[in-house]
Design a protein around this ligand. Structure first.
Ligand SMILES: Nc1ncnc2c1ncn2[C@@H]1O[C@H](COP(=O)(O)OP(=O)(O)OP(=O)(O)O)[C@@H](O)[C@H]1O
Ligand SMILES: [Mg+2]
Length: 245
């Protein structure tokens, strides 16, 4: 098992009220696996992702990476990457795309010369389908699809073992979405990277999932294998009408 979280509880204070957002969530992701986290808006998917990434601390519960409890160390930050729901969370609006993609290399001291850095950025840009001219622009000068490719390039440049993708294609049109998904799957075949892929699009889930967890109201209510996904409807999944696996 590559990543596992066990019995995660998380609440937020809103004014004087405490809102319980995660109510005992446990999920796991294997090596080279694509696991979909599926559920309606507001059910807690992004919050669970942020707990797994150690961006927020759970109230109780454990997150394990390769069998060890996760600490937000540099090493962890290198091996595990996040493609957030909104590209603007990952790209500095004032930086050229080149610098956003190169930054992780600089932070982790992985390149020694400008040339080495340029070659690494150019190679990853090509892999995700960004042209060199895009690298010199600011985020506001790119299309939604190009921006998402830049975010993916930034996540891939450290050759992570695990990537949490939070609806990375939800803002894109269908053909761009398909191209980006193909690219992510292709990268998985080549590198063996694992994905936790968050979506509320059941068609997309069926297309990519090896396994799927269904969340509802802060709980993981079902776990389905790929073979069990065909012929399901969003309604029946969320309302949990089908017999449990
Ligand atoms: N920092 C916060 N403070 C208070 N409430 C929060 C905070 N973050 C999230 N929430 C609440 O927790 C619930 C779950 O939010 P979350 O973003 O995890 O949902 P989601 O499943 O990712 O939804 P979507 O599909 O719309 O992205 C929501 O009701 C949200 O308002
Ligand atoms: Mg979300």
């Amino acid at each position: 098992m590559l990543m596992k979280c066990v019995d995660i509880f998380k609440s937020f204070k809103v004014g004087r009220r405490k809102v319980e957002v995660l109510k005992g969530c446990s999920i796991a992701v294997d090596e080279s696996e694509t696991v979909v986290l599926f559920g309606e808006s507001g059910c807690g998917k992004t919050t669970l992702a942020r707990v797994i990434l150690m961006l927020v601390k759970p109230d109780t519960g454990k997150v394990l990476f390769k069998g060890r409890e996760v600490k937000p160390t540099r090493e962890f930050r290198r091996r595990v990457q996040y493609i957030p729901q909104n590209p603007n969370e990952a790209l500095n609006p004032r930086w050229r795309i080149y610098d956003s993609i190169a930054e992780p290399l600089r932070v982790h001291s992985l390149v020694e010369t400008r040339k080495e850095e340029f070659d690494a950025v150019a190679a990853i840009a090509e892999k995700v389908g960004l042209k060199e001219e895009h690298l010199h622009r600011k985020p506001s000068e790119l299309s939604g699809g190009e921006l998402q490719r830049a975010v993916i390039a930034r996540a891939l440049i450290l050759e992570p073992e695990f990537i949490v993708c939070d609806e990375p294609t939800s803002m894109l049109d269908v053909s761009v979405q398909a191209a980006i998904l193909r690219m992510l799957m292709d990268i998985q075949r080549k590198t063996g990277v694992s994905y936790l892929f968050i979506t509320h699009d059941l068609g997309l889930a069926m297309a990519i999932a090896d396994r799927m967890y269904v969340m509802n109201g802060g709980r993981v209510i079902r776990e389905l294998r790929r073979e069990e996904l065909q012929g399901l409807s969003t309604e029946s999944l969320i309302r949990c009408e089908l017999p449990r696996a």
